[in-house]
Design a protein around this ligand. Structure first.
Ligand SMILES: Nc1ncnc2c1ncn2[C@@H]1O[C@H](COP(=O)(O)OP(=O)(O)OP(=O)(O)O)[C@@H](O)[C@H]1O
Length: 266
């Protein structure tokens, strides 16, 4: 496996007396498409919040390219190459596609005013050109001037991802990118994410749709009740006894295993 881009070392997070993440360690290999999965409440979003700097770990350490990032604010982490796109689309519906993508440039422009001033003074600023070029390179050039609210949900999801890409991330954290999409839109999004991966961006994806996880991701980390229960290939994740038990409960997991063995014998 290739070198680790991002790594968690014995990370724990407590809220009050409640241990939400307990002693979790894993590597996200450079160039990988890693899935972070687990039942509801397992701690996936909390891990994203720890990586992106919303919270600090109670214990342990998070490293990007070997450097500890725990003391850095979110903005500095974006500058270092960690970008995030959220489960619920947080686009500005009444702005155009290009303007929404330009909002993702804030971290590089210094502040919002610094980015919007050249926009209003010169119309087609450097930031606008970059946003347009990025949209075109991602196959979304027919949408730049359109108001986001008028676009299909599947397209809006892609624009959300493109907005995260303007920061030129090394790693992109995607929180349930396929939520609310139909099968065709999900397949389309998968190809889109694959293109982003092939451009050299490492992906860390929280996703409940296991067929998307299997077809997109090469590596999976599974959490249950804030603990890591699996770390390996996506090919074998759904056969793992601990994973089956976490998702289905012990009795159902046994039944599924027995059925799989019976099918194997037959
Ligand atoms: N700020 C907080 N304060 C207290 N408890 C929290 C906080 N954030 C999350 N939790 C708790 O931590 C646990 C893990 O939540 P988290 O949202 O990380 O899970 P998840 O795996 O992302 O779940 P889902 O798949 O439902 O989105 C839950 O029990 C949740 O209630």
């Amino acid at each position: 496996m290739s070198a680790s881009l991002l790594s968690l070392h014995a990370v724990s997070k407590n809220f009050g007396g409640l241990a939400v993440i307990s002693d979790v360690s894993f590597d996200v290999p450079q160039g990988s498409r890693t899935a972070l999965i687990g039942p509801n409440g397992a701690g996936k979003t909390t891990i994203f919040n720890l990586i992106s700097g919303v919270f600090a770990p109670s214990e342990g350490e998070i490293r990007l390219e070997g450097q500890t990032i725990d003391a850095l604010p979110s903005r500095s982490r974006i500058g270092l190459g960690i970008a995030r796109s959220f489960q619920n689309i947080r686009l500005m519906p009444h702005l155009s596609v290009v303007e929404n993508v330009m909002l993702g440039q804030q971290s590089r422009a210094g502040n919002l005013a610094g980015m919007l001033t050249p926009l209003s003074l010169f119309g087609r600023s450097k930031y606008r050109r970059e946003a347009e070029d990025l949209l075109e390179s991602m196959g979304l050039s027919t949408y730049p001037g359109e108001v986001v609210a008028t676009l299909p949900y599947g397209i809006r999801k892609k624009i959300e991802v493109v907005r995260a890409l303007v920061a030129k991330p090394k790693i992109l954290l995607l929180d349930e990118p396929a939520a609310g999409l139909n099968n065709t839109e999900t397949a389309n999004l998968r190809d889109f994410l694959m293109t982003i991966s092939q451009s050299g961006v490492t992906l860390l994806v929280v996703e409940h749709d296991m067929s998307l996880v299997r077809s997109l991701c090469d590596h999976a980390v599974v959490l249950n009740f804030g603990r890591k229960i699996y770390d390996g290939s996506t090919r074998t994740v759904q056969e793992d006894p601990a994973v089956l038990e976490a998702y289905l409960g012990t009795r159902q997991a046994e039944k599924t295993r027995n059925q799989a063995e019976a099918d194997h014998v037959a």
